[in-house]
Design a binder for this molecule. Sequence first.
Ligand code: ADP
Ligand code: MG
Length: 246
Amino acid sequence: MSGTQPVIVLDRVCKNFGAFRALTNVSLSVSKGEKLVVCGPSGSGKSTMIRCINRLEEHDGGRIIVNGHELTKDSRNIDAVRREVGMVFQNFNLFPHLTVIKNLMLAPRLVRHKNKDEARAVAMKYLERVRIPNQADKYPSQLSGGQQQRVAIARALCMNPEIMLFDEPTSALDPEMIAEVLDVMTDLAREGMTMVCVTHEMGFARSVADKIVFMDAGEIVEAATPEAFFTKPQTERARQFLSQIL
Ligand code: ADP
Ligand code: MG
């Protein structure tokens, strides 16, 4: 499904937190339909990088262009990017005081100005897609972690995004719930979604990723196909990382 048209471009992106440099000259591009997996040790800048793509963090140097919109101080571009990019976090970030169906209906109602019936129909469609239509009227705290994360994915899909960003979506889950979330992500990948996934699930990376980026200390140290990365990592840092997680 991968095309050649880049929908995400990072060009020498830098990000500082005070005196600390979290990203140094990070460059990458993701084509329409492409699946990029980002891995690397804790603190290497993976979340910072992915959060810069939808402006949850503001970069200090270099350029970021998402779906044709350059991320600058211009809030119109930021709004456009946020409308077109869905994000799934490690800790689900559902609204605890809203039922599942209301979590899904909120943004389509407020941002897309859909009426209740339309928003509900779209929400049910995606709850079916993530295989939990029967949980619609529960509150997040009444669901398992795996179910909550599937709700979070469905919620993002209700906005009909062009791109999905995942930041360690299975890291907070009990082991027996990881597969149900990865299965939903794999379905999405097969349907042609453009995806950037920070994950250490290397089985998923092997079967789904077109490209793997390995980060360390705020830099992209390697970018390769899964096959090349897993069989012939080019750097000692990547070899050491792989030996710890595989
Ligand atoms: P990863 O996701 O790879 O674990 P992060 O992107 O979260 O790494 O963090 C990269 C580095 O930036 C870490 O050293 C982290 O402590 C630092 N960092 C992240 N967010 C902030 C922040 N808001 N303020 C200060 N330092 C931060
Ligand atoms: Mg992180």
